[in-house]
Design a protein around this ligand. Structure first.
Ligand SMILES: Nc1nc2c(ncn2[C@@H]2O[C@H](COP(=O)(O)OP(=O)(O)OP(=O)(O)O)[C@@H](O)[C@H]2O)c(=O)[nH]1
Ligand SMILES: [Mg+2]
Length: 192
């Protein structure tokens, strides 16, 4: 069983030059703004504020690299689809994500697509999944905020998301209660 015992912020990257010296594997976190990417990372590393989270969506503008257990990176990407960003800001962020998934030589071992379990997959998530699939990336959908639904409703919603996601695995999660943490940690361990 992998345990995450060490986590440190390495750098935030705005451009396309990741310039990371160590050749360690990456796992990336993508998803709509406010889905809880940063919170999920904090929950996985058992820290309150390794990653800044916010009630105001659209705050993460850089790709933030965190080195975990001295052996791999978590990469927290800016959320997509935040309506209040200007179109040019949105295009910039999308370009950065696309560069990373299409052209970067530091291919992630897996991309964890964080969604809000209550919302399910949105058009932007579907577009992202298509791009990731076209580029042969390994995807896992993390349906976060499961604490916000009653047990029965959560189960029903997870089934419906899994049905749509077809061959992509879907895992329930709560960054608030840590539900699903062991399972997600072991899934990450299997990729790094
Ligand atoms: N109840 C509950 N709230 C959550 C959970 N995960 C995140 N939140 C809340 O959702 C809001 C957004 O969380 P963030 O982690 O900042 O979301 P993000 O996806 O990183 O957002 P951007 O950086 O804007 O893309 C915050 O108010 C969190 O406290 C969860 O599992 N349960
Ligand atoms: Mg964030």
């Amino acid at each position: 069983m992998m345990k995450i015992s060490k986590s440190e912020f390495i750098k935030g990257v705005i451009g396309n030059d990741y310039g990371l010296e160590d050749n360690l594997p990456h796992v990336a976190f993508f998803g709509r703004s406010n889905a809880g990417k940063s919170s999920v990372i904090n929950s996985l590393v058992s820290k309150k504020d390794l990653v800044k989270t916010s009630k105001l969506p659209g705050r993460t503008r850089e790709a933030n690299f965190f080195r975990i257990n001295d052996s791999f990176f978590f990469v927290d990407f800016p959320g997509y689809g935040y309506a209040k960003h200007s179109i040019s800001e949105r295009n910039k962020m999308i370009k950065r994500i696309l560069w990373y998934v299409e052209f970067s030589n530091v291919r992630p071992q897996a991309v964890f697509l964080i969604i809000d379990v209550r919302v399910g997959l949105t058009t932007l998530d579907r577009d992202m999944i298509k791009i990731l699939k076209d580029n042969k990336h390994t995807i896992v959908i993390v349906a976060n905020k499961i604490d916000k639904l009653a047990k029965g409703a959560a189960k029903k919603q997870l089934l419906s998301i899994q049905k749509e996601a077809q061959d992509i695995p879907v895992m329930g999660y709560s960054a608030k209660t840590n539900e699903g943490k062991d399972e997600l940690t072991q899934t990450i361990a299997s990729f790094v």
